[in-house]
Design a protein. Structure first.
Length: 351
């Protein structure tokens, strides 16, 4: 099977009379492994990382007349993902493009649930990116400004505990040429496992709470204070977010203290105490004003989008259920497809 369709290939099959080893010698020269050519493997892997295996077979036939079955695409994808994982681990070319790019280094991480035969399991994703700085912005323009897209981006992920996932962050940082962790900013949703692993694997890195998650905690508190959908609730959340964006930890605590002074009911006081503790524990991750002034990002949209579009769209389809080992292989394939390493890997495989 080739990218141009099926080709009948006749060649010698040789067997060593002494040791019994057998092979098609011409296959090595042609770069053929099994019955699928390298270019066809690339097409099958791309399709398998984009749609279900059955859907991929239909799309390949429609787009380029390449007719094969879902089982062949499945086998090629899993096999290629294993080769890809080895290449990412061993070949310095995997991180060369990132090291050569320019911009501020960001690391974002999050998790999404995937249905497996052992039940729903969390798949953790990490994204290293280099993003050039944009124009300085004020607190009023935080959500309307245009940020430059990343010049380099690498995704990785798998179904594993935080303790197993954490060391992968450090190994990827080394692979990408990141020698000084203090040059990295870790953006996340404030989960404890993210905070803990960032401290262990990227010591000295700056941390920033995703502004949308900070706003969500204010909004949850506002529902208790003023009722869901109330105009006063929206105004209170807007004021709290503005305090976060301008004066960080000090500003939001003053905003919450003013609300506590007027709260009389126990539910309101509990809600305010909870959100106060939330921001107190993350006081060192609220430096939004500085990053806005420098034209830098203040949200973890890269990894949030990856959870939905890279993993969710492919692996959380109706009725999908995965073996953990195969889910991790598909995650490797999908993450590389959406990284800068995809083209580099296939250049290595084909050329």
């Amino acid at each position: 099977m080739t990218a141009a369709g099926d080709v009948r290939l006749s060649r010698l099959y040789l067997v060593c009379p002494r040791c019994g080893a057998s092979r098609y010698p011409l296959d090595d020269r042609l770069g053929v492994a099994g019955f699928v050519s390298p270019h066809a493997r690339k097409l099958l892997s791309l399709a398998g990382a984009s749609w279900s295996f059955a859907g991929a077979a239909g799309h390949l036939a429609e787009f380029c007349g390449l007719r094969t079955c879902a089982q062949t695409i499945r086998a090629v994808c899993y096999q290629e993902a294993g080769l890809l994982a080895d290449w990412l681990h061993d070949d310095k070319a995997a991180g060369a493009g990132f090291a050569a790019a320019s911009g501020d280094v960001e690391f974002q991480t999050d998790g999404t649930m995937v249905n497996t035969w052992e039940g729903w399991r969390e798949m953790r994703l990490g994204v290293f990116a280099q993003r050039p700085r944009g124009r300085p912005a004020t607190a009023d323009a935080w959500d309307t400004r245009r940020l430059p897209p990343p010049q380099a981006r690498v995704l990785f992920g798998g179904i594993e505990t935080a303790e197993h996932f954490g060391p992968r962050i450090r190994r990827w940082a080394a692979r990408l040429g990141i020698r000084d962790a203090s040059e990295v900013t870790v953006l996340g949703d404030g989960a404890e496992w993210i905070r803990n692993q960032a401290q262990r694997q990227l010591p000295g890195a700056k941390r920033l709470l995703d502004i949308f998650h900070g706003s969500e905690h204010l909004a949850d508190c506002a529902k208790v204070l003023y009722g869901e959908g109330a105009a006063a609730a929206k105004a209170w959340v807007d004021g709290g977010r503005r305090a976060l964006l301008t004066t960080g930890a000090v500003g939001v605590q003053e905003h919450l203290a003013a609300a506590r002074a007027g709260a009389r009911s126990a539910p309101k006081r509990r809600a305010l105490a909870e959100v106060t503790r939330y921001f107190e524990r993350r006081a060192d991750s609220l430096g939004y004003a500085e990053r806005l002034a420098q034209g830098q990002s203040i949200g973890s949209g890269l990894v949030e989008g990856a959870c939905k579009q890279v993993i969710g769209r492919r692996m959380k389809q109706t009725g999908a259920r995965w073996r953990v080992r195969r889910a991790n292989r598909m995650a490797t394939l999908c993450c590389t497809f959406h990284s800068d390493t995809w083209a580099v890997y296939w250049d290595h495989q084909i050329n």
